[in-house]
Design a protein around this ligand. Structure first.
Ligand code: PMP
Ligand code: GLN
Length: 385
């Protein structure tokens, strides 16, 4: 992530989006929908702008949004929150991750993460001066060993980051897995940071269990989510977190100096969206599941590669070893020229050169949060693979 001169490198998502822009390839790289946000949500944001909601929002978040987040957590998970002290609105989940790690980690502290990992965890652990300890996941089901989890935790562990549902794999952690992780965190006195941005994008009857609902976990858990994925508004950058009041206050103190506050007119719009009926959430997931199937079937039939069909999230993972001997990074850099499609190598979400990166060297992540026409075009181009 950081080069020899201490400069941060562009993320794999930025690199691949630039490549898509330059080549005109279908961009199945970055996990950003190309579908419109729900009209009702756009209307509320437009009205807020016209009504003058254009200055700094309250630092903790717009009161209507704080109430809506509390209402959402109660309605879907039975979690009771005090909107006045236990919730913080952030500039996307990205800022929630950043401000949480900066608040909770001191130089030399260890942070446990599961590999492959979302890239901002590693960057922010480094910026906070922490040291990462990884638990390796295994393809194709992205399972992990209980012994590896136990071995990663020690009295040096300050926090564990759980990404459930998981990017890039779409794995939904089981209650037993969450109980094991929560138990280890309690044993060594570590914080649990739970990134749940894909909480509503669940397929084939999968259900989401926030780790904060595992007995004993809530008191040590920071739960993070985002409007970007659930409402197809990744560009609005409205995220949030909830945690016990003193922790929320500590994270808010850091947020003041990162962004101070987050996008004012978008906050009442997301408050409205969080109160949509269950039909909305179910309908979005069903639409996404149909697009997942289109892409997964197309990859298997047209490109002849093995595909893991995920039970959550935005991505299918294909094993391209039957069509190339290159590693996935080289393969993805050449994919626009080869067949006009952009995708992301899973090894870019691993520690370069380590055992997990090596085992996942042929895995490629394709995003299906795209219009059916874009997916059909990609699938037909993949015949050239
Ligand atoms: N966490 C995960 C696992 C993600 O995939 C993403 C990408 N959207 C984020 C966090 C960042 O979310 P946001 O766009 O709300 O900052
Ligand atoms: N979360 C998105 C993904 O995994 C990308 C967000 C970003 O570009 N940082 O593709």
């Amino acid at each position: 992530l950081v080069d020899g001169d201490g400069r941060m490198a562009p993320t794999i998502f930025a690199e691949m989006s630039v490549l898509a822009g330059r080549t005109g390839a279908v961009n199945l790289g970055q996990g950003a929908p190309d579908t419109p946000a729900p009209a009702a949500v756009r209307e509320v944001a437009k009205r807020a702008i016209d009504d003058g909601v254009n200055q700094y929002a309250p630092g903790q978040g717009h009161p209507a949004l704080l109430d809506a987040i509390a209402g959402h957590q109660q309605r879907f998970y039975g979690i009771d929150l005090d909107p006045a002290s236990e919730i913080l609105v952030t500039t996307g989940a990205t800022e929630a991750i950043a401000s949480t790690l900066l608040a909770l980690i001191k130089p030399g502290d260890e942070v446990v993460i599961f590999e492959p990992f979302y890239d901002s965890y590693v960057a922010m652990i480094e910026m906070a001066g922490g040291v990462r300890r990884t638990v390796p996941m295994r393809a194709p089901d992205f399972s992990f060993g209980a012994a590896d989890v136990r071995a990663a935790f020690s009295d040096r562990t300050a926090a564990v980051i759980v990404n459930n549902p998981h990017n890039p794999s779409g794995k939904v952690f089981s209650r037993d897995e969450l109980t094991l992780i929560a138990g280890e965190a309690a044993r060594v006195g570590a914080w649990i940071i739970s990134d749940e941005v894909y909480e509503h994008l669940l397929f084939d009857g999968a259900t989401h269990t926030p780790i904060a609902t595992i007995p004993g976990a809530a008191e040590r858990t920071v739960t993070i989510s985002s409007a970007g994925k659930t409402f197809s508004v990744t560009g609005w950058k409205i995220g949030w977190l909830h945690a016990p009041a003193p922790i929320t206050a500590a994270i808010r103190a850091v947020k003041q100096f990162l962004t101070y506050t987050s996008g004012a007119p978008f906050q009442p719009a997301i408050a409205e969206a969080l109160s949509f009926s269950d039909d909305f959430f179910i309908g979005e997931a069903e639409s996404l599941a149909r697009r997942r199937d289109l892409l997964a079937t197309g990859l298997a039939e047209n490109a002849g590669v093995d595909v893991v069909t995920p039970s959550a999230g935005y991505f299918v993972i294909a094993d391209v070893s039957s069509v190339t001997s290159d590693d996935a990074l080289t393969f993805c850099r050449g994919l626009p020229a080869r067949c006009g499609v952009v995708a992301v190598p899973v090894m870019a979400l691993c520690t370069p050169g380590d055992e997990v990166a090596e085992r996942m060297r042929a895995l490629v992540r394709f995003a299906f949060c795209k219009r059916t026409s874009a997916l059909e075009s990609a699938v037909s181009r993949l015949k050239e693979l």
